[in-house]
Design a protein around this ligand. Structure first.
Ligand code: NCD
Ligand code: ZN
Length: 344
């Protein structure tokens, strides 16, 4: 098969940032995806409906003419999030979902949740209203090995939360482990997971291949090969619980290539193309539409897109560097060849 046409996809996990960076990176997402779940980890974080509506307006204002794209906004959950504010923002059509960052887990998560018990009133309201909670699933306990933080989170936080609020709709974001695949696969229909393009391609060796590789560093960090293989099986299985979320997370090159370098991989310039390559390698191109375009809307209770997108098996090279007003960016797989390309 040398071309594939399917419903236009959505990206269920995107960092668009703000200002000059937003201006620079938005076209890479909007050229491909009809809708995206927009992460709220700005500085300061997007905690109110007014802030989310203003951010949505800035995104729409930054959109290149002629590109149809709908940003789906999220509220950043804090220890003292107000359930009424979330409810009103949801009823006003501003908040599609709420994002839980354990405090200190990742980029701009300092104001995240320090103790999940503090958020029970808000989470009970989400459950009552059917608003999805999107979870960065890592414990921040420094005693726990960084490669175990997702698996330990499932055991210590997620499973007890699901027992307490069994009807809460949950997305375990950017899963990286076989434990997560098995847990999500074995749970009821209220729990789903997103899978990034980069976690389907790299294992933790990539962080050290030939030297320290900051552009391969993101959170949750890539794990052993057996986990990557489990993620590939899950993504290509056709199981409706797994869907596309790139976690494209741009940082200027100087912020990546320094001591205490930032976590985040900028995949938007080649994300759908990478997923297509992975599905082709797994002999599962016929399931790419479910993963990219059907399973997400089904979980979120949104209509599927009516437009179509076509990819062809025609190699191209990812640029080495993308200059922007906010500083240069190094895309994932910079300088490397990708087998699939978007034709229209
Ligand atoms: C994200 C970012 O840079 O905002 N970084 C990352 O490594 N994925 C935050 C996140 O989603 O964890
Ligand atoms: Zn993210």
């Amino acid at each position: 098969m040398s071309t594939i046409t399917f419903r236009r996809p959505d990206d269920w996990h995107v960092h668009l940032r703000d200002g000059a960076m937003l201006q620079a990176v938005l076209p890479f997402t909007a050229r491909v995806f009809a809708r995206a779940i927009i992460m709220p980890n700005l500085v300061p974080p997007v905690t109110t409906a007014a802030a989310a509506a203003a951010y949505r307006d800035r995104i729409l204002a930054a959109l290149p003419a002629g590109l149809g794209f709908t940003p789906l906004m999220t509220a950043y959950l804090t220890d003292d999030s107000d359930a009424n504010e979330i409810e009103q923002g949801h009823r006003a059509g501003v908040f599609t979902a709420v994002k839980l960052y354990p405090a200190g887990a990742t980029t701009n998560s300092a104001l995240g949740v320090t103790d999940i018990a503090k958020t029970y009133p808000a989470l009970e309201r989400l459950q009552a209203l059917g608003i999805p909670l999107l979870v960065h699933g890592e414990v921040i306990d420094s005693e726990v090995d960084i490669f175990d933080r997702e698996a330990v989170f499932i055991e210590r936080v997620l499973a007890p939360l699901m027992r307490r609020l069994p009807q809460l709709r949950l997305v375990l974001e950017h899963i990286t482990t076989k434990e997560a695949v098995d847990f999500v696969g074995g749970a009821g229909p209220g729990l789903a997971a997103t899978i990034t393009a980069h976690h389907l391609l790299i294992n933790r060796n990539a962080l050290f291949a030939g030297g320290l590789r900051p552009h391969m560093y993101c959170l949750p960090v890539a794990k052993r090969e057996k986990h990557r293989l489990a993620l590939r099986r899950a993504a290509t299985s056709g199981n409706a619980k797994f869907f596309l979320g790139t976690d494209t997370a741009p940082h200027p090159i100087p912020d990546k290539e320094r001591d205490f370098g930032c976590a985040g991989i900028f995949t938007a310039p080649a994300a759908l193309e990478i997923y297509a390559q992975v599905f082709a390698e797994e002999g599962a191109l016929d399931r790419l539409e479910a993963f990219a375009s059907l399973n997400g809307p089904r979980f979120y209770g949104l209509p599927v897109n009516e437009q179509r997108i076509t990819l062809a098996h025609r190699p191209w090279r990812v640029p080495d560097e993308i200059p922007t007003e906010a500083g240069p960016l190094r895309p994932f797989l910079a300088g490397e060849e990708i087998g699939w390309r978007i034709e229209g």
